[in-house]
Every structure is written in C-alpha cells, then in structure tokens.
Design a protein around this ligand. Structure first.
Ligand code: ASP
Length: 330
C-alpha cells in the first residue's frame, strides 16, 4: 500500500527534508487487536487540504517544544480560521444563501473531553470557543445565538466575517443559483487537524464555514463529535471533509477510529469508511467525502470518494502534502 502513495515534496518550504516515508502500513492480522508494536513516530501533526501546511507549521512550533497535542491542534487551525483569503474556514468563509457566514467547529483531547460550537456567527476563531465550551462548561456543544453570547462572555470580539471577496462570490452565485445549495469540489474545504504529541497523547480539531450557500441554519458534520472528528487516545484519531450530510449518515470519524481498533491501518480504515459512504448513497453526484486518520503509532492514512483530496503531514523529518488515494475520478 505504501508504494502506491504519491508524495509531493513541499519545495516552497525550503528546509523540509524528505528522508523516509513516515507512513508504515499496519498489518491487519486476523484475530489480533490493535497494539503498538512499531517504532512510534511522534510528535506528528496531520491536516486536511493545502491549507494544512500553514496550520501544521503553527502546531509544530508547540509540538516540537514538548507542548500538548491539545494546544497544538487549537493553535494550528486558528491560522486557517484567521486567514481572510481562505474561503471555506472562519474569516473570509463563503456565506450561506442569505449571505450570512455561519461557522462550525469542534475539538477533542486525549481524555475524551470535547467541545463544539455550531452555527456560530461573528466570531473569528470558533475553535477557541469550542475549547472554552469543553473546559469551562458541563456541556459539549453550544449552537447559534447561545454560542455567540457565550463567546462574548468569554471575551471574544465581534468580527465581521464576510469579506468583500466572499460577498462578491455570493452575489455572483445568487444571479444563477436558483437558491439551491450544491456541494462541489470548489465550495468546501474544512480543516481537520490531528496531532500526536511527544508524550504520546492524541487530540484533534475541526473547523469550517461549511457548505457554501447552504440553507440558513444548516449544520454539517464538522462540529459533531464522531462525525467530523473523533479521538480515542488508546487507538487513534480521525477527521472528515466533504459533504457533511454523508459523513453524519455513517458516523464517519467514529467509524474510522473503530476500524483502526479492529486492526485496520489508518489508510484501510479511511478506505472502508469511504466505501460505506458509497454503499449508502445511490446518487454520488458531487458527493465528495474524504477521511484522514492518525493512529497511536504515528501512522497516517487518507482516502476519498473522488480524486483531489490531499493532506499535509509534518514530523521532525517530514513536511509533505500527500495526495490521498480515491475511489473514482470526477
Ligand atoms: N464537511 C463540511 C460540511 O459539510 C464541508 C467541508 O468539509 O468542506 O460542512
């Protein structure tokens, strides 16, 4: 399996040395449950899509100094959230069909603590609000106006998330949209970021502006623990991107982790979860879903329905964008 993967060296990063493939396929021995038997690659941070490179770099600053995976995942995805040029996450994200930017995010640590915000508005870094929900409340998820008010109480500033560029794109969409939200390869790209720290602990974060031009009030998979993100410190972590509705229907990220528990490598687990998405949907038109997984050994894998999904990997010796394998071409 390893030899079939295509690795792209990030020449733009200059110092990134590609020494060896960090991804070692786990044996799927019948009757054998998951166990740590190989040399563990840690710390390591992985995240979805091209924007994962900058997010990983921020996470790496923490991980390389012995910091926690939890801090690393939050700091990493904040970079993507705060980038006004990124049109699928946080500030600058494409709005819903009413022209309103609504954000979804969640975070999970090595002790199964988790926090999430859904349908939150006017807040640049929903991942940090999700962490506050996790740490400062007895709840897991806050939504909408309640989440927004909670964020203000916690000192988050009101921010206009609709950039001129996103507004222009929405106005163009409105002209010939028939007011129908449609997902395709251009109008989505959540960041899911998973980290294994030097202490051997896993955490994950997932944040998005969701499906562009969605119906006002729509919430995708990204803030839902078990769908957009799942972490089990005994086994591994997984996150999802693509059409959230399809991910939710198969409890995507939780399934990926469960498949790893049953002995699958991250790649095999992601592939089987994608196969399940395909099996459960008759119409696969525009139905892109991608999963990314990291196990306790620091092994990584990803897989998607359609070509085009990629993810960024950073370790002490690696800094790469990897093209995930896929089921079909567009
Ligand atoms: N999964 C996200 C959602 O459905 C979109 C994406 O990954 O791009 O909201």
């Amino acid at each position: 399996m390893k030899s079939r993967r295509k690795f792209l060296k990030l020449t733009a990063l200059g110092t990134a040395a590609v020494i060896s493939n960090p991804i070692i396929a786990s044996e799927n021995k019948e009757g054998k449950t998951f166990e740590i038997s190989k040399k563990i690659i840690k710390p390591i941070v992985v995240s979805t899509w091209n924007h994962g490179v900058a997010a990983n770099a921020a996470s790496w600053k923490i991980l390389s100094k012995g910091g926690t995976a939890l801090d690393a995942v939050e700091v990493g995805v904040r970079v993507t959230e705060s980038d006004p040029n990124n049109m699928s996450v946080g500030l600058g994200g494409l709005p819903d069909r009413e022209g309103i930017v609504t954000l979804d995010a969640c975070i999970m640590d090595e002790n199964n603590n988790c926090g999430a915000v859904a349908f939150i508005q006017d807040i640049e870094n929903p991942i940090s609000v999700a962490r506050k929900v996790m740490e400062d409340t007895p709840h897991v998820m806050l939504a909408g106006e309640g989440a927004r008010q909670f964020a203000f109480e916690k000192g988050f500033k009101k921010t206009n998330l609709l950039t001129p560029k996103a507004k222009e794109a929405w106005e163009k969409w409105k002209k010939k949209s028939k007011y129908q939200p449609i997902i395709n390869s251009e109008n989505h790209d959540t960041i899911g970021l998973l980290a294994l720290d030097a202490h051997g602990n896993l955490s994950g974060a997932c944040t998005t502006s969701g499906m562009a031009y969605k119906i006002h009030g729509r919430v995708g998979d990204s803030p839902i623990i078990g769908a957009g993100l799942f972490v089990d410190n005994e086994i591994g972590a997984a996150c999802a991107t693509g059409m959230g509705e399809a991910v939710i229907r198969v409890a995507g990220s939780a399934i990926v982790v469960e498949l790893m528990r049953n002995g699958k490598s991250p790649y095999e687990a992601c592939k089987e979860a994608v196969d399940r998405v395909i099996k459960k949907h008759k119409d696969l038109t525009n139905l892109q879903v991608g999963f990314l997984a990291l196990n306790k050994n620091g092994e990584v894998g990803g897989y998607s329905v359609y070509a085009g999904f990629n993810y960024a990997v950073q370790t002490k010796t690696q800094n790469e964008l990897v093209d995930a394998k896929y089921n079909r071409e567009w």
